[in-house]
Write a protein that binds this ligand. Sequence first.
Ligand code: NCD
Ligand code: ZN
Length: 352
Amino acid sequence: MTQRLTIRKPDDWHLHVRDNEMMRAALPYTARNFGRAILMPNLLPPVRTTAEGAAYRQRALVALPAGSTFTPLITCYLTDDTDPDDVERGFKEGVFTAVKLYPANATTNSAAGVTDYKLIERVLARMEKIDMRLLIHGEEVDPTVDVFDREAVFIERKLIPMTKQFPGLKIVLEHLSSKIGVEYIRSAGGQVGSSITPYHLQLNRTDWLGWGNRPYMYCMPVIKTEADRLALRDAATSGESCFFLGTDSAPHSVAKKLATTGAAGLFNAPVAIETYAQVFEEDGKLHNLEAFASLNGPKHYGLPPNEETITLEKVSWIAPEQVDVEGPEERALVYRGGESIPWRVVHEGQGG
Ligand code: NCD
Ligand code: ZN
């Protein structure tokens, strides 16, 4: 008999779908399996105000397939001049679910990010007061810090002082990538939770760089060592409530990925929940998949879990190599494209 697993519908707490044509191409892959997703605001220009957030949410709703029950959750891109009153208004009106902090120049489209942490204190104090989540791209951009140490140094220099200064501010350290990061989150007493991507659970830096440079494994934070990967797997599959699902699916055109300075980001939405299921099964932890994918995230955000369910079954299928995009971006290659994926989601009219 085919092995099956039914869980509450998962949410994706870290997702890039971009805008316009790319959003129309990418969003349906998430909408078919997930109840909600946090849409990252690093557009060009970024989503910085309540007005921009409301307009982006509208564009996302229009990009959804007909009849979809998926809910996009919008985030505010924090800059040195973000207005605390506007953030509060956006949160109270239900436009913004959270605020996203990018250190300036840490990753794709982060040039408008934070340069001076003194300047954002008023916003953080307001968020602490209104119980609004802060999402952080936690990498130190001081050029003297090695790229593999950026997460650890950010925790030390920026995150720990921030948690002390704002003890009531609930934080998400996004796309956790290191053993040091895992140990820190476990010690943070619930104030800081962490999203973990499917690809940081599967890849180490030898996969990325050891057999030729593989630009489709290049992302920020960069893939690290095997010891880091194992620590992340242990954390994700443990069921501990501070670790939850966030794919960081981040489509880029082929041209941008293969440029001389290639864009960071992996488009994994077409294989995301299936890949997590594979990882949990490999580690004998399928019974913890629902906690990681569907319960821990809502709990950290103070939101109810989804009432709907999805069913996964152990039937293999071949992941699409690429997704076509209308317009100049043309196409985005898919993480694990062409590979056999051992789990699939049962959709209506399929399986039985
Ligand atoms: C993301 C993107 O492309 O927007 N890239 C990435 O490598 N993860 C941004 C981010 O989350 O760092
Ligand atoms: Zn991201």
